[in-house]
Design a protein around this ligand. Structure first.
Ligand SMILES: Nc1ncnc2c1ncn2[C@@H]1O[C@H](COP(=O)(O)OP(=O)(O)O)[C@@H](O)[C@H]1O
Ligand SMILES: [Mg+2]
Length: 347
């Protein structure tokens, strides 16, 4: 599959309001692109339009530079893998993946190398000895993709999931969709970019909350003061003031904002820049624990080493590093983070 380009694409079923709004997206050759989002946000509709199983209501779709709005599915050079895609049940994952190469009478060492390379890309390395019945639906689908990918060495892949961990581990690029009022205001794409770009530099509160597990902590606050690259906020409940390393040029003093910080960026040993909390419980997962703690404005979760002792009800100061803070305005749009440069995915 060559470059896929969607320009101002909309889709409405019958007289209903559009389920896909103003989608502009380019998927490069070789790219492994994952459509991600909650149920009903339009992932399948978007995929079906690219495949030619559904008409576009508005906009243009180009594949390999050719306008294909009116080109039937079979003539688009698009191959599809459905979740129920048949794998040979009596063969291991390795043998399923090697099947086409064996038929093509490829040498054994070539087959071995190609299968292992595809397995690495699709995160199937540890599953090569299993049989299909011991795989999840998503894993089976990936085995089927691996077969395709070997036959079409230049293929770009578009993959659909609601599982953010699957999306983050597989994708060169994640296209996160949202629905409802957000889609009406901003178009269906909430954000499109490399997985770590969405993680470190989410454009909105929706993206920040969707990517990452456990979810980012959100705390209501108001703008106290603004300096270049740095905003001080006062938490809406309690007396704490916190500094966030974000670009606050478009904010005003007194404006309501939401402070966001991920569980993995909090520290339990704060003596400055902290939120006063009382511990509630610890989820012990072995290597690390998730500490749940109440503060004046709600509950937060902090990731801590696995052996962290916890006395329920103990008062602790949870340190919030300024560089780890995200800030969102009343519309839910993120302020640009000033000290953080997102890691660029290899081109
Ligand atoms: N054939 C159809 N007719 C009418 N509405 C549809 C049809 N297919 C999907 N929808 C609606 O379009 C929206 C997006 O659906 P879908 O693309 O299946 O989302 P997702 O795959 O993200 O769960 C949903 O509100 C769904 O109810
Ligand atoms: Mg779907």
């Amino acid at each position: 599959m060559a470059t896929i380009r969607l320009s101002d694409v909309q889709k409405a079923y019958g007289d209903h309001p559009p389920v896909i709004r103003r989608v502009n997206l380019e998927i490069a050759q070789h790219e492994f692109c994952v459509f991600l989002g909650p149920s009903g946000c339009g992932k399948s509709t978007l995929l079906r339009m690219i495949a030619g199983l559904e008409d576009l209501s508005e906009g243009e779709l180009h594949i390999g530079g050719r306008l294909v709005n009116d080109v039937p599915a079979a003539e688009r050079g698009v191959a599809m893998v459905f979740q129920s895609y048949a794998l040979f049940p009596h063969m291991t994952v390795f043998d399923n993946m090697a099947f086409g190469l064996k038929l093509a009478k490829q040498p054994k060492d070539v087959i071995e190398r190609k299968v292992r390379e595809a397995a690495r890309i699709l995160q199937l390395d540890s599953l090569l000895d299993r049989h299909p019945k011991a795989l999840s639906g998503g894993q089976r689908q990936r085995v089927a993709i691996a077969r395709l990918h070997q036959r079409f060495a230049n293929a770009s892949v578009v993959y659909v999931t609601h599982d953010q961990i699957e999306a983050m581990t597989l994708a060169d690029r994640v296209v996160l969709l949202h629905a409802g009022a957000d889609a009406e205001r901003f178009g269906s794409i909430a954000q499109s970019g490399a997985p770590l770009e969405l993680y470190h530099q989410p454009k909105s509160r929706f993206v920040a909350g969707f990517i990452g597990s456990p979810r980012m902590n959100f705390i209501d606050a108001a703008v106290e003061s603004i300096e270049p690259g740095r905003v001080t906020v006062a938490l809406a409940a309690g007396a704490q003031k916190l500094v966030a390393d974000v670009d606050g040029e478009r904010l005003q003093r007194g404006q309501r904002v939401t402070l966001g910080v991920r569980p993995e960026h909090l520290r339990l040993d704060g003596d400055e820049q902290f939120i006063q909390c009382a511990t509630v419980l610890s989820e012990r997962l072995g290597e690390h624990s998730y500490i749940h703690a109440d503060h004046a404005g709600g509950t937060l979760i902090a990731k801590a080493p696995g052996d962290t002792p916890l006395v329920a009800g103990e008062r602790i100061r949870v340190h919030v590093p300024p560089a780890a803070c995200h800030l969102f305005d009343e519309q839910g749009l993120a302020l640009r983070r000033s000290t953080f440069e997102p890691e660029r995915a290899a081109a």
